[in-house]
Design a protein around this ligand. Structure first.
Ligand code: HAS
Length: 550
């Protein structure tokens, strides 16, 4: 397999995305810490800062900015490594970076000045300053530019390698970006055509249900947009780190195709309690949601099989000998591995959420917050950290020293302990009916509020431990970017076995898979969308509805 070396110009581009990622980690993490402290009832925010301002900053900066910048930077590096990048493509890579950064700065400015306390889901009728929506639109446009560059990179490679199958990682990046573009069309339409004119005062009303539905048309693939880069590492990078080979190129491609097909037509599982959507269509989307479990379990099987075959090939014979000899002291393996383990309860929680009637028990409780702190904030983020340990030194021409590796292991343990305490307590409080996204700690309440607050105190303990983990991670990043000894750090890409089965050509038939994806979306959304547009009352939310929560 041909792998390209990075030029200085390329490395600079990829690193720029990483700087934004780690600045976001610090800012967003600090907001998370403040939130848990405020909710514990033991601390009040200084300078009259509104709870919803920090909650919005936390969600937007970590959920939208950190993830998008990391993913696009990492994916650019994967494409550069496997199919190469031209100077013109690098130039467009910079355009995408700057457009996204300007958008981020505009949105952040509005949030921090209290003009956009609308949370990361920016549900109407909460209304933000128009500049916030313009900022969001720019972030999406910037990401589309990156997608077009990635598509072009693969196209150019394919032209030069007629009849060859594309490199697995380039194929995976393309799937993720196709999913992102198809999904973000919905939220872009909602922001630009429905919400922005309303926020500017050009139209008097906004269709609340339509904007929420368009958000969730985008929102579920958004969580898979976060997850797929972690899967890329699990399938095609971790095997190399543990000294093995790719388990199955075909299985990996098939699971990505299934994730593309079943990630989008499922947004209603976030709206199961919402009136105005026919229950039949909710049921259909619940069924489609459960289909997503199939490629997920294929992934679990494939990873386990990689671990076992690698160990057996190394000669470890007993039932679990191969497991004991995994490279536990290598943080490039340990951090993503703990991410995988966290996905077992995280995924189980997702299945509970998706189970239609059971959703009524947990919806809008802090259980959901516990669920996504296991999935995105543990499974995905620990895998991103695992990637950063080799990607950053590879880009800066430095080395992950044994000392930094050890610090990374300590960081992983701190994260695991902090998140276990915080997320478990969120799950339990949710089952006791504790609401999410609200700060009631200053109100005197009955026994129930007192019980909730006792759980919120343990969340503050977990949150504080996590913040220590964030500071340590940022320290490691700074070391890897500027101070670690110069040298060469490997960019680990797993190879196929010599005698691996040939990958069927049909797995690269883009027309077929994108066609089925679009057909499924049309099936799941056309009739309910017509219903929503026809029947939900426009005019109910006037323009002079106040900005933000106040
Ligand atoms: Fe979710 C809400 C359903 C996965 C993120 N989710 C959210 C929200 C976020 C989020 C951010 O149906 C909140 C949105 C908001 O603000 O309102 N979710 C699911 C389902 C899955 C799922 C069915 N979610 C994710 C992932 C996320 C994420 C991934 C981020 C990255 N989620 C929901 C629903 C709601 C929801 C409802 C709305 C709730 C409400 O009422 O508002 C599935 O994809 C999960 C499938 C996963 C599995 C686990 C497989 C395990 C693997 C690990 C293998 C481990 C190995 C190591 C090999 C079935 C692959 C083993 C080693 C050993 C030693 C054991």
């Amino acid at each position: 397999m041909e792998l390209f070396n990075f030029s200085k110009k390329e490395s600079r581009l990829y690193m720029s995305f990483m700087y934004v990622t780690f600045v976001s980690l610090l800012v967003g993490g600090l907001m998370g810490l403040l939130q848990t402290l405020v909710r514990s009832g033991k601390y009040t925010l200084p300078f009259n800062i509104d709870y919803y301002t920090i909650l919005t900053t936390h969600g937007v900066v970590l959920g939208l900015v950190l993830t998008t910048f990391f993913i696009i930077g990492f994916q650019f590096s994967l494409m550069g490594k496997t199919v190469g990048i031209s100077d013109k493509q690098i130039m467009w890579g910079w355009v995408s970076f700057w457009v996204m950064l300007v958008g981020t700065v505009l949105a952040a400015w509005m949030i921090l000045t209290g003009e956009a306390s609308v949370l990361y889901t920016f549900y109407t009728p909460l209304r933000a300053h128009p500049i916030f929506y313009i900022g969001l639109a720019l972030v999406i446009i910037g990401s589309w530019i990156a997608a077009i560059v990635n598509f072009r990179q693969l196209y150019v490679w394919k032209k030069a390698h007629k009849g060859e199958k594309s490199p697995l990682l380039a194929f995976m990046v393309t799937i993720n970006m196709v999913m992102w573009v198809v999904a973000s069309l919905g939220v872009a339409y909602s922001v630009v055509v429905l919400i922005l004119p309303w926020s500017l005062g050009y139209v008097a009303t906004v269709n609340v249900l339509l904007t929420r539905t368009l958000f969730w048309y985008f929102g579920h693939p958004l969580v898979y947009f976060w997850l797929l880069p972690a899967y890329m590492a699990w399938y095609a990078i971790i095997p190399k780190i543990i000294g093995g080979k790719l388990f199955s190129d075909s299985l990996a491609r098939l699971s990505f195709i299934l994730l593309l097909m079943f990630s989008i037509p499922v947004g209603f599982h976030h709206q199961l309690t919402e009136p105005g959507i026919d229950p039949t269509w909710k049921f259909i989307q619940v069924v489609l949601t459960f289909m997503v479990v199939i490629p997920t379990l294929m992934t679990a099987f494939s990873i386990f099989a990689t671990f076992e075959t690698t160990g057996r090939n190394k000669g470890y014979k007993s039932l679990f000998g191969w497991f004991r000899h995994l490279p536990w002291k290598d943080v490039r393996f340990l951090a993503p591995f703990i991410g995988m383990v966290a996905f077992i309860p995280g995924g189980a929680g997702g299945i509970i959420n998706a189970s239609h009637q059971v959703n009524a028990l947990v919806h809008n409780t802090i259980w959901v917050t516990g669920h996504f702190h296991l999935t995105i904030a543990t499974t995905v983020i620990l895998t991103y950290f695992g990637i950063a340990y080799w990607l950053i030194p590879h880009l800066t021409g430095r080395r992950l020293t044994p000392k930094l590796n050890k610090l990374g292991i300590i960081q992983t343990i701190i994260w695991t302990v902090g998140m276990t305490i915080m997320s478990t307590s969120m799950h339990i409080q949710g089952l006791l009916g504790g609401p999410r996204r609200s700060n009631f700690s200053e109100y005197a309440g009955g026994d129930q509020v007192a019980t909730w607050i006792s759980y919120q105190i343990s969340q503050a303990v977990g949150g504080t431990i996590l913040f220590v983990g964030i500071v340590l991670m940022v320290y490691i990043f700074i070391q890897l970017a500027f101070f670690a000894p110069r040298g060469y750090e490997e960019y680990p890409v797993a190879e196929e076995d010599m005698d691996a089965e040939k990958t069927p050509k049909i797995l690269e038939n883009w027309y077929l898979w994108i066609g089925i994806t679009i057909a499924l979306i049309l099936f799941a959304y056309t009739i309910p969308m017509i219903d929503i547009i026809k029947h939900s009352p426009p005019g109910s939310i006037p323009f002079d509805w106040p900005i933000g929560r106040s």
